[in-house]
Write a protein that binds this ligand. Structure first.
Ligand SMILES: [Zn+2]
Ligand SMILES: [Zn+2]
Length: 143
């Protein structure tokens, strides 16, 4: 019973998350806008896995609660410049900032149980064994 209640309340805004070593903690003051999965080569490299998950958040929603973030820039497959923020202690990527907005790396949220992607990008680079459910919009690149 207690755990069920915790499960329900943990999804209320603000959402909280942090890095792998615990130094960086953050809060999202505002409901996320959308969750995108990206299969591009940069996201595969960044995650060390098959894809990246980006949770678009409203401007100003991200609040750093503890720790510090370092940033660097990468050029995406699309040619856009993306600013990447990470924990300098453990290297966990926390968010990306582009001219079109900010997206938090969704796997850094404390509770990832209800994350459900709204769309898939760069499916031309997708690992063949990743099966996208019917009805979820997918795009061969980032258009
Ligand atoms: Zn860390
Ligand atoms: Zn990507």
């Amino acid at each position: 019973m207690a755990s069920k209640k915790l499960h329900e309340t943990s999804h209320k805004i603000p959402l909280v998350g942090g890095c792998q070593c615990g130094s960086v903690r953050y809060r999202l003051d505002g409901a996320p806008l959308a969750l995108a999965v990206c299969h591009c080569t940069e996201c595969q490299r960044q995650s060390g896995s098959a894809f990246g998950m980006s949770l678009a958040v409203p401007t100003g929603a991200f609040k750093l609660l503890s720790g510090a973030l370092k940033t660097f820039e990468v050029r995406c497959d699309s040619g856009r410049i993306k600013t990447c923020a990470f924990c300098p202690e453990c290297g966990t990527r926390i968010y990306h900032q582009t001219p079109s907005g900010m997206s938090v790396k969704a796997g850094t949220l404390d509770d990832t149980s209800r994350l459900k992607p709204d769309s898939h990008y760069w499916t031309m680079r997708k690992q063949p064994w990743v099966i996208i459910p019917d009805g979820v919009p997918q795009f061969p690149d980032d258009d």
